[in-house]
Design a protein around this ligand. Structure first.
Ligand SMILES: Nc1ncnc2c1ncn2[C@@H]1O[C@H](COP(=O)(O)OP(=O)(O)OP(=O)(O)O)[C@@H](O)[C@H]1O
Length: 332
């Protein structure tokens, strides 16, 4: 072992720093790999992986109150690979078209009845893909599923997961799926097209291709106690093989007139509304935009009412908000 490493080792032991020891172990693996000793590097890596798993299970597994330190982290950069949202923090309001609401409800009901279903040899839908335009409730829909099934949400951080080091993205992804197996949760792969761009369209045979293959395999083998929800804006960009691995695929579309009305009422529930508001006119003007945009318009109108001291939202406040928040390109 090089002198520098020996010094780091002794220092870490003297300081009793587990973090430094972990980092040192990673450096040793990397040095061995770079020196062409890939078999030794792989063996060392699997020792590290096994030890981490044992440590976790000796702490009694993972429950919903797990500490941040128990969540999967990237080997090299020690970054959290997921954002963990406990069930209590998932309360939300979502407005959906009735038929879409029923699609969500079906997933939730099957999860609730999973034991009854399995008694008949039937499997509940556990891997769901939500697609549709931005800002219409795909991420919120994943929260809804978690909330209604009593599970926490574990959102994958693709920025931390995708690494430029050979094979590391795939092993990070594996660590995330391992964690989802130990901890019943809704595992959210938000904007999964980030990694799942069509292999056909992409000539990339590097890390992206490797991670798509790993994702395909992990999806195929998925047997975690919770649910997996993936979202994408661009349905067509998804790898066909990945697409087939979902048990249910449905769209979360733009809100219709009825939903726009509900979104406005919901967002304005804490302020008074003038009787003179021409709701149909406002709804007509907002038809074709995302739910997020409708919420922003309602919030802007409410804030204008408060700022100008009236505390009653008037029709003109909506007109001003719609003009001010000109529809961003591509949102509708
Ligand atoms: N159906 C909805 N009901 C109520 N609020 C919504 C709905 N859709 C979007 N919103 C509002 O817009 C915000 C963003 O929504 P969300 O993140 O769920 O959109 P998304 O479809 O996942 O968009 P993206 O594709 O950009 O990630 C929400 O936090 C919420 O305030």
């Amino acid at each position: 072992m090089k002198a520098e490493m020996l010094k780091r080792l002794v220092r870490a032991i003297a300081m009793g720093s587990q973090d430094d020891l972990d980092r040192l172990a990673d450096s040793i693996v990397e040095t061995e790999r770079k020196s062409g000793h890939s078999r030794l590097a792989n063996e060392l890596e699997s020792i590290l992986d096994d030890t981490q798993k044992k440590k976790r299970s000796s702490r009694g597994g993972i429950d919903s109150d797990r500490s941040i330190r128990e969540l999967p982290i990237s080997r090299r950069h020690r970054e959290m690979l997921v954002t963990f949202i406990p069930h209590d923090a998932l309360e939300h309001h979502i407005v959906l078209r009735r038929d879409i609401d029923e699609r969500f409800e079906r997933v939730e009901k099957e999860f609730a009845a999973r034991e009854r279903l399995s008694a008949y040899g039937l499997n509940p839908r556990k891997k769901v893909l939500l697609y549709g335009p931005p800002g219409c409730g795909k991420t919120l829909g994943a929260k809804r599923i978690a909330w209604n099934t009593g599970l926490p949400l574990m959102k994958v951080r693709f920025d931390a997961l995708v690494s430029s080091y050979f094979g590391e993205s795939a092993s990070n992804l594996r660590a995330v799926f391992d964690a989802a197996r130990e901890q019943p949760c809704v595992l959210l792969l938000d904007e999964c097209d980030f990694i799942a761009r069509s292999r056909v369209a992409s000539k990339d045979i590097g890390e992206v291709a490797r991670i798509v293959n790993t994702l395909l395999q992990l999806m195929e083998e998925y047997d975690a106690p919770g649910l997996l929800v993936a979202t994408t804006n661009i349905e067509n960009s998804l790898d066909e093989a990945l697409f087939r691995r979902f048990d249910d695929v449905f769209q979360v579309p733009l809100p219709g007139k009825e939903e726009i009305h509900k979104l406005l009422s919901l967002t304005l529930s804490s302020v008074e509304r003038a009787k003179s508001i021409q709701w149909d006119d406002i709804v007509d003007k907002l038809e074709g935009v995302s739910a997020a945009y409708v919420v922003r318009v309602a919030q802007a109108a409410a804030k204008t009412a408060v700022l100008c001291g009236k505390r009653i939202v008037e029709h003109e406040h909506f007109e001003a908000a719609i003009t001010e928040l000109k529809r961003p390109d591509g949102e509708a």
